[in-house]
Design a protein around this ligand. Structure first.
Ligand SMILES: C[S@@+](CC[C@H](N)C(=O)[O-])C[C@H]1O[C@@H](n2cnc3c(N)ncnc32)[C@H](O)[C@@H]1O
Length: 211
């Protein structure tokens, strides 16, 4: 295993891995042992952030950072980010997903699970302290508005929006939705990078946003 181009992330030349102290897989991922060290394979079919990395993501700001993660689900991507970052505040609206997220957080020191609606950044701001990064993966019609609202509220250095175009409008072409989205975000922030995730996730884009 050697260091990859992404800080904190390792590679065997083919796959990406995050180092871990937890010998239990979180979502059935392969765990590789090298001497005393353990590495978890980061599956691009299960995590849009890993998919973006396989597709050449340029801006990767997760190592030792404080991350506000919106739409944490059961913690698949959160777990890999937790392996390399300082702290992850993980917001999720579903009480069922939250149960798995809480048991994951009990095994790790740096995940703070928050059961709340990401539409209400002011409600969870008592837990969240100056995040460097906002990462959002929420399949709702108003996902872009939710992202902008949180970006404005917390003013992080960088934001990652995993855009699911079909949830916004099934009848419109994904490219059209992307165009409208970048126009809206571009009025307030700088678009740093757009990655079409279709090789791994149909009708999804990763949009990286700076201030
Ligand atoms: C595509 S899944 C997230 C997968 C996850 N990011 C991962 O890679 O492991 C979307 C999640 O967003 C959650 N969600 C939907 N609306 C939400 C809202 N308004 N606030 C917070 N979470 C929300 C859903 O319950 C679901 O768990």
């Amino acid at each position: 295993m050697r260091r990859s181009r992404y800080q904190g992330v390792y590679t065997d030349g083919k796959n990406y891995y995050t180092p871990t102290e937890d010998p239990e897989p979180v979502y059935g991922e392969k765990i590789v042992r090298e001497g005393k060290k353990l590495y978890r394979r980061w599956d691009p079919a299960r995590s849009k952030l890993a998919a973006a990395m396989y597709l050449g993501l340029e801006n990767f700001k997760f190592k030792d950072s404080a991350i506000l993660y919106l739409g944490a689900a059961t913690g698949t991507t959160v777990s890999h980010i937790s392996d390399i970052s300082h702290i992850v505040w993980a917001v999720e609206i579903s009480p069922i997903s939250m149960e798995s997220l809480v048991s994951l957080a009990e095994r790790r020191r740096n995940i703070i699970p928050i059961l709340n609606d990401a539409r209400k950044p002011e409600e969870y701001s008592i837990f969240v302290d100056s995040p460097h990064v906002i990462y959002q993966d929420i399949s709702q019609r108003d996902q872009v508005e939710i992202f902008i609202k949180n970006m404005e509220h917390y003013e992080p250095e960088i934001g990652y929006l995993m855009l699911k175009t079909r949830t916004i409008n099934v009848r419109k072409k994904p490219r059209e939705i992307l165009k409208a989205t970048t126009k809206l975000i571009g009025e307030k922030f700088t678009i740093k990078e757009i990655i079409d995730l279709k090789r791994f996730q149909k009708d999804h884009y990763a949009i990286v946003v700076g201030r």
